[in-house]
Write a protein of this length. Structure first.
Lengths: 293, 485
């Protein structure tokens, strides 16, 4: 078993490496740094164009491994690291193949560079993987660094309260018990935007928010009474005017991870992030672990 | 369930305490007293213009002749007086919400249910009426662009003057708006402002073009049906002033309400009335009053006749289609939120106050409202709908005006952000003006109204009072009661 991190020289930054080292150490497994390089044409050509292309791809893989290695060497107590390169027409497709080949436990990705530091920004590769990965996907916020102390301090599980989502809580709870970290289950409550002019007062949405908070609290309490989680698990309803505010108000610890479940359509177990999950992901200040459905 | 330990009269008159009320709290800090006179007046204009003027003339002019101009003034005065009273009540009761919430905290449960019946009638039926008007303009657009309109069978109600089977575009609009509300869409202040500009723009365009065909002779026979006709038309027209109360409900967000509120109400009322009257004068000047009857997409049709071409009519129809869409969204929203408030107070089954985890919106009651509105819009003709809206609104306004008087006598020291100028005359005048218009409505409108209020009150006596959140706490009442802020 291993943890796979997708890495490309000059593109990924060091945030995913930080998260991957932490994940591998927490899970007690090795780390595999994977670089997906473009696939050369297999038909031979007399002009050796493709050989040049293949050489360039090899160079890219070697550079990536070297760069990642150089950074990983500076990190204290790093796990066993292997480097792997794989040729594929698309990065996301290549990562899915590698994950299958080497029997990985989780896939670690970085945020796109087009976002603010400290935020999870889903790039095109991550977006595809969030809708196709066969194993759990973890995404590091931009500029993520390993927490002081280097350990996972808590797992927070997002619980939407839909009928199928108790399963996610169960699995996160098992994971938390396995890793011996505390679990927190959060239901988010986001206020609907004010409608102008509403004719029923500008606070109509406040009462809907209040009712939803109440409903969410009783749903969370049912998790406990239903035996899904134990008494030591913290349950919270966090509300805000928008997803950004709600996520901000959730009081994150250094070294915390947010776990989200997905509901795939169909028989195959894979990650398929919903629209709600995407909103939470975008505003999360901590790494997000997206579990396959 | 525990047997009620309070008497029926006590139950009927009990008032909701302020502590449990959904007072604005942390979640809406961005709304703190930030609205000025201009913005407030724009809210009022935005929510008022468009509920009626695009299609009410073809219902009202045949009742009153050119004298319909006077009907607009009468209806405007009544609406303005009521809006001022409404503003005092809204500022005296520190709960957010509609007349229903104010009535519940000041006048007691049974009155609140009565008001709820009026309000539901007002919002639900006006949504239906507005979407029927929308369907006329959609049809007009289709005709102008494609050369065909929808067949009569699918664009008119079964009991219309020219009967059809169902009014499909109206049903479609209601379903579309319901879908948007389920998804959590809202109309922002910016969109509202754009809609106001579109509505006023096309109305001004209409007036300018229609005045080119102005013929003063058409006003020669000013009141062919006498004063009775004028007040009957005022009853029909009244619903085109619905939405003015949006100003009053925004009270707790307003800077310096004592000054801002009456100014905004007056400004909005004057603007709206002037626009309505100018449009009406232009329309009657361009077309003999007898020609209004049964005219669909009236304003666009007049433009076609005046210019002899259809592009101006097309522009107007497009403006109407866009802006009436937003009006439907807002009124449908209003109905769902009132139903939600009633459900939250335990006077309706708790399913009405249930929020869907998937969308965080009250899906159940949006669907119920949409189905009812859709049926009304599809099957009931416009003139019947318009009268039903007016009666609900007028009775609600009377309740508000009476509540102002009652509250002044019962709790004279209650801090009020805004006080009605010219008390006791203003609320009394408001009641009288509303009564005057009510008196002219048809007997069948009264009958339908009485039946509806009867049904709601019967429901209250048989079910609601046993399940009210104010009952001594039983398990289900705690569940329905919601959070204390």
């Amino acid at each position: 078993m291993t943890v796979v991190v997708g890495y490309l020289a000059g593109k990924s930054g060091t945030a995913p490496l930080n998260l991957a080292v932490g994940a591998a150490r927490t899970l007690g497994t090795s780390l595999t740094v994977v670089t997906i390089v473009p696939k050369p044409w297999t038909t031979p050509s007399p002009a050796r164009v493709d050989a040049e292309y293949a050489a360039w791809a090899d160079q890219l893989a070697a550079d990536s491994a070297k760069e990642a290695g150089r950074y990983l060497d500076t990190m204290p107590h790093r796990p066993e690291v292997r480097y792997h390169s794989h040729a594929h027409r698309s990065v996301s497709g290549g990562l899915v193949e590698v994950v299958g080949e080497i029997d990985a436990q989780a896939l670690i990705l970085g945020s796109s560079a087009n976002g603010q530091l400290g935020q999870v920004v889903v790039g095109s590769t991550a977006d595809r993987l969030l809708h196709s990965s066969p194993v759990a996907v973890a995404i590091a916020p931009r500029g993520y660094r390993e927490p002081r102390g280097g350990v996972l301090t808590r797992i927070t599980c997002g619980y939407p309260g839909t009928p199928s989502s108790a399963d996610v809580v169960t699995r996160t709870y098992e994971l938390a018990k396995l890793l011996k970290v505390p679990l927190r289950v959060i239901s988010f409550a986001v206020r609907g935007r004010t409608m102008y002019p509403p004719e029923v007062g500008l606070h109509a949405e406040d009462s809907i928010l209040a009712v939803w908070e109440e409903q969410a609290r009783s749903m969370l309490a049912e998790l406990r009474t239903g035996g899904v989680v134990g008494d030591e698990v913290e349950l919270a309803v966090v509300s805000g005017n928008g997803w950004d505010q709600a996520l901000d108000d959730a009081e994150w610890l250094d070294g915390e991870v947010l776990a989200l479940g997905t509901s795939p359509r169909g028989e195959v177990a894979r990650v398929f992030l919903g629209s709600r999950g995407a909103k939470i992901l975008r505003h999360s200040p901590v790494p997000v672990l997206v579990l396959p459905g | 369930m525990s047997a009620p330990s309070v008497s029926l009269i006590e139950q009927m008159l009990r008032r909701r305490p302020l502590i449990d009320a959904p007072v604005a709290h942390g979640a809406s800090q961005h709304l703190k007293r930030s609205i000025g006179t201009f913005q407030l007046a724009m809210f009022g204009i935005g929510s008022t213009v468009g509920t009626g003027i695009f299609f009410v003339l073809s219902e009202a002019v045949p009742q009153a002749g050119p004298g319909v101009v006077v009907s607009f003034i009468i209806a405007g005065i009544a609406a303005g007086l009521a809006a001022i009273c409404y503003a005092e009540l809204a500022s005296a009761v520190p709960v957010s919400g509609s007349t229903y919430s104010y009535a519940y905290t000041t006048l007691g449960e049974v009155v609140a249910m009565g008001v709820a019946a009026c309000l539901l009638l007002e919002y639900v039926v006006s949504t239906a009426a507005v979407s029927v008007g929308w369907s006329q303009y959609v049809n007009k657009l289709l005709e102008n662009f494609l050369g065909h309109d929808l067949p009569q069978a699918f664009s008119a109600a079964p009991w219309d003057t020219e009967p059809g089977i169902i009014n499909l575009p109206a049903v479609f609009l209601v379903m579309l708006c319901a879908l948007l509300l389920v998804r959590g869409a809202s109309e922002s202040a910016a969109v509202n402002a754009v809609m106001v500009i579109i509505k006023l723009g096309v109305l001004v365009m209409f007036a300018v073009i229609a005045f080119t065909a102005f013929n003063a002779d058409r006003f020669a026979n000013f009141a062919p049906l006498g004063a009775a006709g004028i007040s009957a038309a005022a009853g029909t027209i009244f619903f085109s002033y619905i939405g003015l109360d949006a100003i009053s409900t925004a009270g707790d967000e307003v800077k310096d309400p004592q000054r801002t509120m009456p100014r905004a109400i007056l400004a909005a009322l004057l603007t709206v009335t002037v626009v309505y009257i100018v449009v009406t004068l232009a329309a009657i000047g361009a077309q003999d009053w007898t020609e209004f009857k049964g005219q669909k997409a009236g304003l666009a049709a007049i433009l076609d006749n005046v210019t002899g071409a259809n592009y101006w009519g097309t522009v107007l129809a497009a403006g109407a289609v866009i802006s009436i869409f937003s009006v439907t969204l807002v009124t449908l929203y209003g109905s769902t939120r009132i139903l939600f408030a009633i459900g939250r107070d335990g006077l309706l089954p708790s399913m009405f106050a249930k929020v869907s985890p998937r969308t965080m919106t009250p899906i159940n009651n949006t669907i119920v409202v949409a189905v009812v509105v859709g049926l009304l819009a599809g099957l009931v003709p416009l003139d019947k709908l318009a009268d039903m809206v007016s009666i609900g609104t007028l009775v609600a306004f009377i309740t508000v005006s009476v509540a102002v008087i009652i509250l002044r006598r019962r709790e004279p020291d209650l801090p009020r952000g805004f006080k009605v100028p010219g008390y006791p005359v203003t609320p009394v005048l408001s009641v009288l003006a509303c009564l005057y218009i009510l008196a002219s409505l048809h007997w069948y409108t009264w009958l339908a109204f009485a039946a509806w209020v009867g049904v709601v009150l019967a429901f209250y006596f048989l079910w609601g009072r046993h399940h009210s959140a104010l009952n001594p706490r039983s398990a289900d009442s705690i569940a329905a009661d919601g959070a204390t802020p």
